[in-house]
Design a protein around this ligand. Sequence first.
Ligand code: ITT
Length: 200
Amino acid sequence: MTRLILATRNAGKITELHAILADAGLDLDLVGADAYPEIPDVKETGVTFAENALLKAHAMARATGLPAVADDSGLAVDVLGGAPGIFSARWSGTHGDDKANLDLLLAQLADIDAPHRTAHFACAAALALPDGTERVVEGRLHGTLRHTPAGTNGFGYDPILQPDGHTVTCAELTPAEKNAISHRGKAFRDLAPVVRELLG
Ligand code: ITT
C-alpha cells in the first residue's frame, strides 16, 4: 500500500486528517510526522497559509523520499484585519499553547460586540512529491466568535468559533459534524482526488 506522510505534529490535525482522508476513500498507509522524530520541523517562513503548507509538505517529502501532505491553518478575525492568521499557533508567544492563544484573543476582543465578531478558519492543504511536484488547495469555515469558550471537542480556537448557521461552537460539534463543514474537511476533500490521481 502506498505510504503518505501527514507532515504535521499537531495531534488535533492528525486525528481529523485520518477521518477526512478515510471518508474521501483514499486507500493509503497514512503515517504522521511523529514516526520520523529525527526530521526537524521546518521554519514557517511563508506569509500565506499556502506558502507554509507547501514548505512543510516539501520538507517532509524531501527528507523521507515519500509523498507528503501538510496543513497550514489558522483563525482570521475580521476586526483584527485577518490576525492571528498564519500566527494562530504562536499568537501568545508560545507555539502550540492553545489555551494561552485563546485567552489572549478573547482579552483583545473583550470590548467588541457580536456584529463585529466575525471570523473564519482557513486551511491550506498541500501535497508534495519527492520529485518536486506540488499541489495546494484551500478551504474556509466562516462564523462568529463567542465571548466565553464552550465545548471540549476539537482543539485550538474551536471553543470560541460558532459556525454560521449553527447555534453551538466547533468544540460542541461531534468530530464528524465538524469535519463535514470545516476548513480542513473542505480543503482535504478537494485535495483527495488530486492525491489519487498523482499517487495512483
Ligand atoms: P503543524 O505545523 O505541525 O501542522 P501547528 O499547530 O503549528 O502544527 P499551524 O502552524 O498550521 O499548525 O497552526 C494552526 C493553528 O491554527 C492551531 O494551532 C490552532 O490554534 C489554529 N487552528 C487551525 N485549525 C483549527 C481548527 O480546526 N480548530 C481550531 N483551531 C484551529
